[in-house]
Design a protein around this ligand. Sequence first.
Ligand SMILES: Cc1cc2nc3c(=O)[nH]c(=O)nc-3n(C[C@H](O)[C@H](O)[C@H](O)COP(=O)(O)O)c2cc1C
Length: 253
Amino acid sequence: MWTVSCGRVYRFGMSADPILAPHRSIRVFRPEPLPEGMLERILAEAQRAPTDATAQMYSFVRIASGDLRRRIAEFSGDQAHVADAAEFFVVCADLNRLEAVIASRGHAPGTYPATGLHFATVDATLAAQRLIDAAETLGLGTVCIGGILNGIEELVGLLSLPRGVLPLFGICLGWPGETPVERPRVALASVLHTDRYRGQTLEAIEADAGAMAAITRGGDWIGVLARYFASGGIMEQREGALRRVLERQGFTY
Ligand SMILES: Cc1cc2nc3c(=O)[nH]c(=O)nc-3n(C[C@H](O)[C@H](O)[C@H](O)COP(=O)(O)O)c2cc1C
């Protein structure tokens, strides 16, 4: 259930007193650039994200070239917003810079691909979320782009990503050209556990499917998830390329 008050969209049954600026992914952007200095402020906020072991194991690659943008938009599933947004970044897990820092004092790099993948993915994601929060606080719109995985092998080449650097997802950033409703979420009880993990009951799954129905045109949220994650789904098609890139970039034994 949704209601609109003073131009803000609130959700029945959840806090009517939000803490952060509203989040909704934006897929239509106005063409204006960001004003002078705004991007630097947002990136400075992103850098304030917590970081494991102080290592800051991530890089953002800003895509300024229009040709590069259009190519990434194309292999990401013809997502026009990748080319149209004022800014587009590829968020990467990055062990390359850390190893260069260690090597600068003559230390040989350790062998920890699984731990490195874990640390760097967490660091990159926390920084990216802070970037999104900062952008939304300033009235900008954002959308993450996992579609880059469709062309991940090409992307590694296009961006000259060295060993130790793994592209995770993209982020479009710019002035919103649409105001979609806030999309629903599953019940808090489905994601919150106390003391020990509790499996999902069928009743809870059905209730969540009902709440999430609004997220799909046909109302079949579980069908959408199955198209992605069930046997024969889109994720299986992506798996081979990602495994090859993980190996090439040094994230496997
Ligand atoms: C890692 C990640 C990858 C995503 N990839 C895409 C994408 O390729 N294209 C897209 O339009 N939205 C993408 N999204 C946005 C989700 O579809 C969106 O967050 C979800 O539907 C919930 O909607 P909301 O963000 O408006 O609440 C992605 C989100 C995440 C976190």
